[in-house]
Every structure is written in structure tokens, then in C-alpha cells.
Design a binder for this molecule. Structure first.
Ligand code: BTN
Length: 324
């Protein structure tokens, strides 16, 4: 599903992506719209923070912009019956799926920009236009909500596998983050809608920093992006197809076997393993050494008195230069 006006925006950006100067009349003709409608679309891009140069009657993009194009993504998908919803802007791709009626088919939603994007623990998720991946998958599990423990960890591993294909070194940070070079590159937010008869719908939202750069977006957090690591812009359509293929594969496996099947993969790239951390859960702070995770994906801490405690959720921070 995609609006006709957004299709035209994708086509306009495609034409401008060669970096050359394009005449407003020619663009209008190709898109079957007036020159002033072209101007309005250019203004819209500028309002989203995209630099479009104007010389005489022509426009040029300074840097290529890879807008999500469902046709290009679909060509690279292993499962060819996937429903993709593509939007120019949404409040939040997670909220979109929470609001729709038909939740029974697995489907994906993408937005170029989110105005009220949500992170974990009530935090916001920075979502500038056209630069990163803001994607939500609505996935039906034929099992009870209580069997979904460890799902956010499996999703983090799927994202990591994609980044490794791009030769980016990554680690997974319990319970939902992916880190590269000690900086956050991706996070997921999972919201579960329980149904009767042991069935539930998981709204699996993923934010992945792709082409965002620090000089453009000086947000305080300790983050990085694929472009910052690789030094080149990434084609978001190819990346998205790769992400969908990996996710569906990991979720199928998770559905059949549970988190247990991913334990070794997690242990091999755990960011917190053997670290002394402080963990805030239910307004209580615990200090301990990370000794691993259990079959349900709970974090296991060794406490100062030698005892072990497991946590199913929380916010973990590494304490540097400290002993237990
Ligand atoms: C976190 O690390 O705190 C989770 C971030 C999740 C962000 C994604 S972006 C797509 C989806 N829509 C949202 O509003 N949030 C998730």
C-alpha cells in the first residue's frame, strides 16, 4: 500500500539522484504534474531537511537519497507474497499496526519520517527523513504471549547478521540493542497484542541508523550509523530487503524452537558479557557482573555476595574501571 503522491515523490527523487540539474518543466512532464506541483514537492523535501540546490529553473540533489521503493524491495525478497505499507511520514510505524483492523497476515510498514517515534522505556527515537530504516513487522505467533520471552534478543541477532553482511563489526546489547564500536546503531521495540486461543500478534519495530551523520544531526546520544562506519551511503532498498529476509528466517526459527536455539549465537557477540554493570529494573538499581543469559533470554548477574539473579527486563549500563 502506497499513496499516489508518495509514488511521485519517489520518482522525483529517483530522477534527481544523478546529481545533475533538472529543469522543473521536464520533471513535471515526466511525473505528469505541473511545474508548480514540482516546486511544492521540492519545498516538501527541503522542509524535511533535504538540501535541494536551485539554479535558474532547475533543481539538483547534493547527495543521493534512497527512498523506500516497495517494487525494488519486493524484487529481492525470498518470500514473494509479503504486504509492504510505505509512507512518507507517520507518527510511529508501531502505532500504525496497532491501529489497523486486519492483524492476521504478516506485514511490514516503513516510513521515511516519524513524528512521534517511540523507543524503549518511554524514550523518543530520532527519525529524520529518508536517512535510516524505521520499519515495523506485524507478525502472528501461534503461541501464547508468555512464550515470547527472548524475542527482542532474536530480532537484535537478525539485525546483527545483516550488518555483518556489510562487514560491520557488531555486538548485541541485552535486551534490544545492536552496538558497533561501543556506539548504538540499532534498537527494537516490541509490543505484543494478546488474542484468545493461544495466539498473539507481535508489533516488532526496528530502528537502524543507515545514512545519518553526526554533523547533520547533533543529538546527544552515543550513536553511530552504517555510513559513518563504512564511509559511503547505503542503498536502503537493498538493505531493507536483506533485513526482511533475515528477520523472517529468524522469526520462523524462534516460533519453532524459542530463544534457546539462539543462545550460542547471542553468547558469541554479547556486548555485556563479563562486564560489571548497573541494571535498573522496576525502579530498582542492581549492580553485578554479567555471567550470561538463560534459555528464556533473561540476563544473569552475579551479585557482590556471590549469589546469582536473573532479570527479564531492564536498562543496563557498563560501569567502567570498577570491581564487583
Ligand atoms: C530503542 O532502542 O529504544 C527502540 C527503538 C525502536 C525504534 C523503532 S523505529 C520503527 C518503530 N517505530 C517506533 O515508533 N519505534 C520503532
Amino acid at each position: 500500500m502506497i499513496k499516489a503522491s508518495h509514488k511521485k515523490l519517489i520518482k522525483l527523487v529517483d530522477m534527481l539522484n544523478d546529481g545533475a540539474l533538472h529543469n522543473g518543466n521536464d520533471l513535471g512532464e515526466a511525473l505528469k504534474i505541473t511545474r508548480s506541483a514540482v516546486w511544492k514537492m521540492i519545498q516538501k523535501l527541503r522542509q524535511y531537511g533535504i538540501t535541494v540546490e536551485a539554479h535558474g529553473k532547475g533543481y539538483a540533489l547534493l547527495e543521493p537519497l534512497y527512498l523506500f521503493d516497495p517494487n525494488k524491495i519486493k524484487k529481492k525478497l525470498i518470500q514473494n507474497n509479503m504486504m509492504l505499507h510505505t509512507f512518507e511520514s507517520l507518527d510511529s510505524t508501531n502505532d500504525y499496526f496497532k491501529s489497523i483492523k486486519n492483524k492476521n497476515t504478516n506485514q511490514f510498514c516503513f516510513a521515511e519520517h516519524q513524528s512521534k517515534a517511540k523507543g524503549r522505556l518511554g524514550r523518543a527515537w530520532y527519525s529524520p527523513f529518508g536517512q535510516n530504516i524505521y520499519m515495523t513487522l506485524l507478525y502472528t505467533f501461534e503461541k501464547d504471549i508468555s512464550k515470547l520471552a527472548g524475542l527482542s534478543l532474536a530480532v537484535g541477532l537478525a539485525v546483527s547478521a545483516v550488518l555483518k553482511n556489510y562487514e560491520i563489526q557488531v555486538k548485541v546489547k541485552w535486551p534490544n540493542d545492536v552496538f558497533s564500536d561501543q556506539k548504538k546503531i540499532s534498537g527494537n521495540l516490541i509490543e505484543v497484542i494478546a488474542e484468545t486461543h493461544g495466539k498473539c500478534h507481535a508489533v516488532i519495530g526496528i530502528g537502524l541508523n543507515v545514512n545519518m551523520k553526526h554533523n547533520q544531526h547533533p543529538i546527544a546520544k552515543n550513536w553511530t550509523s552504517m555510513k559513518e562506519i563504512l564511509g559511503r551511503p547505503i542503498n536502503r532498498n537493498e538493505l531493507t530487503a536483506d533485513l526482511i529476509n533475515h528477520l523472517l528466517n529468524y522469526l520462523e526459527h524462534f516460533d519453532k524452537k524459542g530463544f534457546c536455539a539462539f543462545k550460542e549465537e547471542w553468547a558469541a557477540s554479547s556486548y555485556l558479557q563479563d562486564q560489571i554493570i548497573s541494571l535498573i529494573a522496576h525502579s530498582e538499581t542492581t549492580r553485578g557482573k554479567v555471567i550470561g543469559i538463560d534459555d528464556q533470554g533473561c540476563l544473569q548477574l552475579q551479585l557482590q555476595d556471590g549469589s546469582t539473579k536473573s532479570f527479564s527486563s531492564g536498562d543496563a549500563n557498563i560501569l567502567k574501571n570498577t570491581m564487583l
